[in-house]
Design a protein around this ligand. Structure first.
Ligand SMILES: Cc1cc2nc3c(=O)[nH]c(=O)nc-3n(C[C@H](O)[C@H](O)[C@H](O)COP(=O)(O)O)c2cc1C
Length: 311
């Protein structure tokens, strides 16, 4: 059993208030690494636990206005210290998501955060408005996370998330329609100053930020000399990301004091404690969840079982 260190500024086993919502826990799953949070439904025989046990929230795969087929395979490539992915935001689109996925998540009774992405800033507002109308009565729907690491079609394909003014516009557009849900902006690490993006998100009305999305990465197949991913570069995640994510969370906390949900390379309670040490209010588990769907539940159980060291 791990002992919770005495230097922790708060008891991480307690609930977390983010804007208008209270989350029952601080260990969440990360977007894209646990499907819609339903794939785990049949895992675990009776008495063997569930991958949802003890989770503070499940963050859904990112949903876009229309359904997307995603990128050609291979979409996932294992590297020595992490994984490269190029999924291409495959998803069922907002209408089907609201009609079929939201009721199923609601029935499961796990707090969920819906990840949204669009290709134009004003579309974030439309998505939030449609979702708010369609899922108004969903009591387990705690929040929305804006995936801002997508190409902005209106601005020539540069990621929304790299320009503070655009981040502020996207967040403000969504906030208007989501007064009763926690609103998080998920930030890209592929910039000079991530703290500037966090400040912009707060100006737009975000209750906090999620940091970080994947780093840009690539690998080459030496038998052909070609990139392993058909679209050449992809998103790099997994254990190698942890020190990068930790530094980015630290930068945001130190420079802005905003609530940060930390994500990047987390697999164990020890990893989680490092994020709490630099000031994260909650954490998400991504790539580790793909090789073990019980990873986040196991970390949540370890946290719940840990004893607090006396000060
Ligand atoms: C296969 C895969 C799919 C992902 N899909 C999404 C996504 O749809 N939306 C999103 O915001 N992040 C997505 N991510 C990024 C993760 O949520 C997370 O920010 C990142 O992988 C770093 O955390 P990790 O090292 O624990 O995986 C994806 C990551 C992976 C590995």
């Amino acid at each position: 059993m791990t002992t919770l260190p005495s230097w922790l500024a708060f008891d991480p086993r307690g609930p977390l208030r983010l804007g208008p919502r209270v989350f029952p826990g601080r260990i969440w799953t990360a977007s894209g690494c646990f499907g819609y949070g339903l794939d785990g439904a049949d895992l675990g025989a009776p008495g063997c636990g569930s991958p949802f046990d003890g989770l503070g929230a499940v963050v859904t795969k990112t949903v876009t206005p229309e359904a997307r087929c995603g990128n050609p395979p291979p979409r996932l490539w294992e590297t020595a210290h992490g994984a490269l992915n190029s999924i291409g935001l495959e998803n069922v689109g907002l209408s089907r998501f609201a009609d079929e996925v939201v009721p199923a998540l609601e029935a499961r009774g796990v707090p969920f955060v819906i990840s949204l992405a669009a290709t134009r800033p004003e579309e974030f507002g439309n998505l939030a408005r449609r979702l708010a109308a369609a899922a108004d009565g969903a009591v387990h729907w705690h929040g929305v996370e804006l995936n801002l690491s997508c190409p902005n079609v209106a601005e020539g394909g540069v990621d929304f998330g790299r320009d503070p003014a655009t981040v502020e516009r996207c967040v403000a557009a969504a906030r208007e329609h989501l007064p009763a849900r926690a609103l998080l902006a998920k930030l890209t690490p592929n910039v000079g100053s991530i703290a500037r993006l966090a400040t912009a998100a707060a100006r737009g009305g975000a209750d906090g930020v999620t940091a970080i999305n994947t780093l840009i990465g690539m690998d080459v197949d030496l038998s052909t000399g070609a990139p392993v991913l058909p679209r050449r570069r992809g998103g790099y995640s997994g254990p190698a990301l942890l020190p990068v994510a930790l530094a980015r969370v630290d930068e945001i906390v130190q420079e802005t004091g905003l609530p940060v949900v930390g994500v990047g390379g987390i697999a164990t309670l020890e990893d989680v404690l490092k994020f709490f040490a630099v000031g994260a209010v909650a954490v998400q588990i991504g790539t580790a969840q793909m090789s073990d769907p019980f990873a986040a539940a196991a970390v949540a159980a370890a946290l719940a079982a840990a004893e607090r060291q006396a000060r």
